[in-house]
Design a binder for this molecule. Structure first.
Ligand SMILES: Nc1ncnc2c1ncn2[C@@H]1O[C@H](COP(=O)(O)OP(=O)(O)OP(=O)(O)O)[C@@H](O)[C@H]1O
Ligand SMILES: [Mg+2]
Length: 518
C-alpha cells in the first residue's frame, strides 16, 4: 500500500487529495507519480477506472506555481465530455494550490473561450481540433508549455487526429515532459511515442486480463429483433442505479432512447450529432441521476467517470476489442463492482470469440431473463422501495385512511394493489427499431504472427490484431473545417475524422458513424 504522503508532495496538493477522499494511491499512481515527478517522459497503461487522471494530474500540478501567468501544461483528450471531466478533476486536485485550469473544446462559443483564456490559465485541457483553431488564431500560444499529456492517445489517433496532434506538439518546446495514458495501447501508439516522446519510461499495471476485475461480464445470445425486449427485461430485473447502453450508430441511439422513454424508462441519448448544449444537458442529467439510462455511441466509451454506473449493456457489439474494454470500463470503477452484458446475435458469435481472445477473458453466456423473472424483479424492487418507506416512518398522515381501508378490505389484497400501482404497468408501446447488420468476425487471428513478442500486453505485444491494418475508413474529411465563427462547433464536428492512411485493407467499417469532437 502506498499513501500519498510518500511522494513528498506539497501540503496543498496533499490537502486536495485528502479532500477528494483518496486514501491510498492506486497501483498506476504508485508507479507513475514518482517517475513523472522526475520530469521524465512516460507511457502509462492501466485498467479502466484505476485513477490514471490523478496519476498524471498530481505530478503536473506539482510543477506549476500559482503566480505563473503562462500556459504551462497541455492535456489533450479525444472527446469533449472527457476534456470537461479531466478539467474538473485537475481543478479539484489544484484547488488549494489555486491554479487556473480551462477546458477548450469544439461546440462551445469560441469567443467565450478567448475571454476565458485572458484569465491566464496555466493548465489547458482540450480536444485537438479546437486547440488547433486557437493556435491558428494565436489565441493560444504554447511556447511556455513544459508538460504535455495525451489522454486516450490511441483513440485520438483512431479518430484521425494524428496530424492535428503533430501540428500542436510542434508548437510546444522540445524541452518538455510528455506523458501518454490509456487503458489500451495498440501498436500505432508506438509510432506516436517514437515521434514525440524522449526515452519514455513504460509504466504499466496490466494483469493477465485487460478489463477491470470488478466487472461481471456476460453475453446474451439474442436475435436482432428481440434485442429491445431483452433490454427491457434486463432493466426490469436488475433495476440498475445507473446504466449505460451502447448502440452502434447515432440512429440506433436515437431510436433506442426514444423507445425506452415510450416504455416508461428514464432514458436519454448521447452522440456526436447533438448540439453541445444537448450533450451537456444529457450528461448533467445522467450525473445527477435524473435519468438512469444513458444510451450512447462510443462517444461515451472512453474515460468517462460517472459514479453509480452499475451496468453497461452492449446493445450492439463493438467492432474493436479495445472499444469493448473501454465501454465496459464505465462501470466497476474506483474499487466498485459492476455488470457488463453484451447482446450477441447468432451471426456475431465468432466476433465475440475474437474479443475474448484479444482481451484474454472468457465471457460467459447468460440466459435471456424470462418474462416471469423480469416481472418478479420489478416487483422485488417495488417491495424494497415500500420497505424503505416503512423504515423512514413519517406515515402518520396516511394512517387514518389506512385503518379505514383495512376495516373494509383484506390486507393482502390492499398491499398487492398498492404494489401494482407502484410497479407501474409496462406500457405496451409498439417498438420498432431499424435493424443493424451483424458485425462480421475478423478474419485475422489475434494470436499468431506475434514474432515471439510477449503476448500479454493488450495491444502492444500481440500479433495479428493490428489496428494499423484496419484502414477503410474512407470518407471522413475534415477539410471543411473552418477556423472562423464563434460557437459553430456543432456542424463542424461532422466529418472531423480523416481516413486512416494505414495499409488499409478490407471493407469499409461500419464501426462508428459517430462524430466526436473538436
Ligand atoms: N487513489 C484513489 N483512491 C480512490 N479513488 C480514486 C483514486 N484515484 C482516482 N480515484 C477515482 O477513481 C475514479 C476513476 O479515475 P479515472 O477516471 O482517473 O480512471 P482512469 O484510469 O482514467 O479510467 P479510464 O481508463 O476509464 O479513463 C475517479 O472517480 C477518481 O476520482
Ligand atoms: Mg482516464
Amino acid at each position: 500500500m502506498t499513501t500519498f504522503v510518500e511522494f513528498d508532495l506539497e501540503p496543498k496538493v496533499l490537502q486536495a487529495i485528502t479532500e477528494l477522499g483518496f486514501e491510498e494511491a492506486t497501483p498506476i499512481q504508485a508507479k507513475s507519480i514518482p517517475i513523472a515527478l522526475t520530469g521524465s517522459d512516460m507511457i502509462g497503461q492501466a485498467q479502466t477506472g484505476t485513477g490514471k487522471t490523478a496519476a498524471f494530474g498530481i505530478p503536473l500540478i506539482s510543477k506549476i506555481s500559482k503566480t505563473d501567468d503562462k500556459i504551462r501544461a497541455l492535456i489533450m483528450a479525444p472527446t469533449r465530455e472527457l476534456a470537461i471531466q479531466v478539467a474538473e478533476e485537475i481543478e479539484k486536485l489544484s484547488r488549494f494550490k489555486g491554479l487556473r485550469t480551462l477546458p477548450i473544446y469544439g461546440g462551445q462559443d469560441i469567443v467565450r473561450q478567448i475571454r476565458a483564456l485572458k484569465k491566464k490559465p496555466q493548465i489547458i485541457i482540450g480536444t485537438p481540433g479546437r486547440l488547433l483553431d486557437h493556435i491558428n488564431r494565436k489565441t493560444i500560444k504554447l511556447e511556455d508549455v513544459n508538460t504535455v499529456v495525451l489522454d486516450e492517445a490511441d483513440e485520438m489517433l483512431d479518430m484521425g487526429f494524428m496530424e492535428d496532434i503533430q501540428s500542436i506538439l510542434k508548437q510546444v518546446p522540445e524541452d518538455r515532459q510528455t506523458m501518454l495514458f490509456s487503458a489500451t495501447m495498440p501498436p500505432n501508439i508506438q509510432k506516436l511515442a517514437q515521434q514525440f516522446l524522449k526515452n519514455p519510461e513504460h509504466v504499466s499495471v496490466i494483469p493477465k486480463q485487460v478489463s477491470a476485475p470488478l466487472i461481471d461480464q456476460a453475453y446474451i445470445e439474442v436475435p436482432e429483433r428481440q434485442k429491445f425486449e431483452a433490454l427491457s427485461r434486463l432493466l426490469d430485473m436488475e433495476s440498475p442505479e445507473l446504466a449505460i447502453v451502447f448502440g452502434r450508430t447515432k440512429r440506433r441511439v436515437d431510436e433506442l432512447a426514444e423507445a425506452l422513454q415510450k416504455r416508461g424508462y428514464s432514458a436519454d441519448g448521447l452522440h456526436g450529432d447533438l448540439s453541445q448544449n444537448q450533450r451537456d444537458t444529457v450528461m448533467r442529467k445522467f450525473r445527477d441521476g435524473s435519468i438512469d439510462v444513458l444510451v450512447a455511441t462510443d462517444v461515451a466509451a472512453r474515460g468517462l467517470d460517472v459514479s453509480g454506473v452499475t451496468h453497461v449493456v452492449n446493445f450492439d457489439l463493438p467492432q474493436d476489442p479495445e472499444s469493448y474494454v473501454h465501454r465496459i470500463g464505465r462501470t466497476g470503477r474506483a474499487g466498485k463492482e459492476g455488470a457488463a452484458w453484451s447482446f450477441v446475435t447468432p451471426r456475431e458469435i465468432d466476433h465475440l470469440h475474437f474479443i475474448e481472445r484479444v482481451t484474454r477473458h472468457r465471457i460467459p453466456r447468460k440466459p435471456l431473463p424470462t418474462l416471469a423473472e423480469a416481472i418478479e424483479g420489478k416487483q422485488r424492487i417495488t417491495a424494497e422501495r415500500l420497505l424503505e418507506i416503512v423504515e423512514q416512518g413519517e406515515l402518520n398522515e396516511y394512517k387514518g385512511l389506512a385503518i379505514q381501508m383495512l376495516e373494509q378490505y383484506d390486507s393482502v389484497q390492499l398491499l398487492s394493489a398498492a404494489m401494482k400501482l407502484l410497479t407501474g404497468e409496462k406500457r405496451d408501446a409498439q417498438i420498432e427499431l431499424t435493424p443493424e447488420d451483424p458485425i462480421r468476425a475478423k478474419r485475422r487471428k489475434p494470436d499468431i504472427r506475434s514474432g515471439g513478442r510477449k503476448p500479454s500486453n493488450f495491444g502492444s505485444g500481440r500479433g495479428g490484431y493490428n489496428r494499423d491494418n484496419r484502414g477503410g475508413r474512407g470518407g471522413y474529411n475534415r477539410d471543411n473545417r473552418s477556423s472562423g465563427g464563434g460557437g459553430g462547433g456543432y456542424n463542424r464536428d461532422r466529418g472531423d475524422r480523416k481516413p486512416r492512411t494505414g495499409e488499409g485493407s478490407d471493407t469499409r467499417r461500419p464501426r462508428r458513424e459517430d462524430s466526436f469532437e473538436s
